[in-house]
Write a protein that binds this ligand. Structure first.
Ligand code: GDP
Ligand code: K
Ligand code: MG
Length: 272
C-alpha cells in the first residue's frame, strides 16, 4: 500500500510541532533540509501507519524570500504531498488566513485546522462559525487544541476522509478585474502545466515571480501578450501587480471574517 504524504504548514507558533508530536508520538525521524540548518521532522501517524506527516518550517507567505519560505514552497511544489494540514492559530484568524489562501492556490487538497480552541473558548466575546468558514472556503475545517489534545480523533477522521476523497480543486476567487487577467494568462499556460496547477502558475506569472516564470517554456509572443495583460491590470488598479494580488487576498479575508466571526466587543464599542 502506498503511503500518504501529509504536510503540516502554518505561521510560526501556530502549534505545528505540538500537533506533530501529538499525532506521531515517538514515531519520529529528525534530520535537516538539504543545504540549510533548518530541522526536518517527519513521522508516521500513531493511528494510521499508512500516513507520513512532515513538520514544515513556519512561514507567513509562500514568497521565495526567506529560507523557511523556500523550503516549504519547494517541498509543496516538487514533492506534491497528498494534502496540506494548515495549522492556524484561531485567536489570530485574519493574519493566518493569508497563508491559507496561498496554500489553496497551489491546488493541493487542504484541511484547515483551527488550533488553540482552548484559548478561544475562554475569550467569550469571540466566536468563529466553522460551518460557514468551511462552506465559503470550500475546504474541510476542524477545531482542535494540540496542547490539550482536544478533538484529535475527529482530526484524524477528517484527514482519512480527505485522503479517500476525489480531488476537488477549490480556490478563492478575487476581484473580477483581477480574475479576468488571470484567466487570460491561464489560456496562455494551458497545456504547458497540469490543469490543477493553472491557478497557482497564473497568479505567480501575474506577480512576475521570476523563479516560476523561468520554469515555463513560453514563446516570445506569449510573453509579450502576458506582459500586456499585466500592464493593463496595473493601469486599472493603479498599482503594481504583486500588490494587486496582496490586496485581493486581504479583501477576501475581510469578507470571510465579516461573515464567519462574531466579536461582541465590536458591538460594545459602538454602544458606549
Ligand atoms: P510551531 O511554531 O507552529 O511549531 O508552534 P509550537 O508547536 O512550537 O507551539 C507554539 C506555542 O503554542 C507553544 O508554547 C505551545 O505549547 C503552544 N500551543 C500549541 N498548541 C496549543 C493549543 O492548542 N493551545 C494552547 N493554549 N497553546 C498551544
Ligand atoms: K516555535
Ligand atoms: Mg515548530
Amino acid at each position: 500500500m502506498e503511503m500518504s504524504q501529509l504536510a503540516l504548514i502554518g505561521n510560526p507558533n501556530s502549534g505545528k510541532t505540538t500537533l506533530f508530536n501529538a499525532l506521531t508520538g515517538s514515531n519520529q525521524h529528525i534530520g535537516n533540509w538539504p543545504g540549510v540548518t533548518v530541522e526536518r521532522k517527519s513521522g508516521v501517524l500513531k493511528h494510521n501507519k499508512n500516513m507520513v506527516v512532515q513538520d514544515l518550517p513556519g512561514i507567513y507567505s509562500l514568497s521565495p524570500y526567506s529560507s523557511e519560505e523556500m523550503i516549504t514552497r519547494k517541498y509543496l511544489l516538487d514533492e506534491l504531498p497528498d494534502q496540506t494540514l494548515d495549522v492556524v492559530d484561531s485567536t489570530n484568524l485574519e493574519r493566518n488566513l493569508y497563508l491559507t489562501l496561498q496554500l489553496m492556490e497551489t491546488g493541493i487538497p487542504l484541511l484547515l485546522i483551527l488550533n488553540m480552541m482552548d484559548i478561544l473558548k475562554k475569550q467569550h466575546h469571540r466566536r468563529i462559525n466553522l460551518k460557514k468558514l468551511s462552506y465559503i472556503l470550500d475546504v474541510p475545517v476542524v477545531s482542535i487544541s494540540a496542547l490539550k489534545k482536544q478533538n484529535l480523533d475527529q482530526l484524524t477522521e477528517k484527514i482519512e476522509a480527505r485522503d479517500a476523497e476525489e480531488h476537488h480543486y477549490a480556490f478563492p476567487e478575487y476581484d473580477y478585474r483581477l480574475e479576468s487577467a488571470l484567466s487570460m494568462i491561464q489560456e496562455q499556460l494551458k497545456g504547458l502545466i497540469p490543469d490543477n496547477e493553472l491557478r497557482w502558475y497564473s497568479i505567480k506569472v501575474f506577480e512576475r515571480d521570476e523563479a516560476v516564470t523561468a520554469t515555463l517554456d513560453l514563446t516570445e509572443q506569449q510573453q509579450q501578450e502576458i506582459e500586456a495583460t499585466i500592464k493593463a491590470s496595473e493601469k486599472i488598479f493603479d498599482d503594481n501587480s504583486d500588490s494587486i494580488v496582496v490586496n485581493a487576498r486581504y479583501d477576501y479575508i475581510a469578507r470571510i471574517i465579516k461573515i464567519c466571526v462574531i466579536d461582541t466587543n465590536d458591538f460594545s464599542l459602538s454602544i458606549s
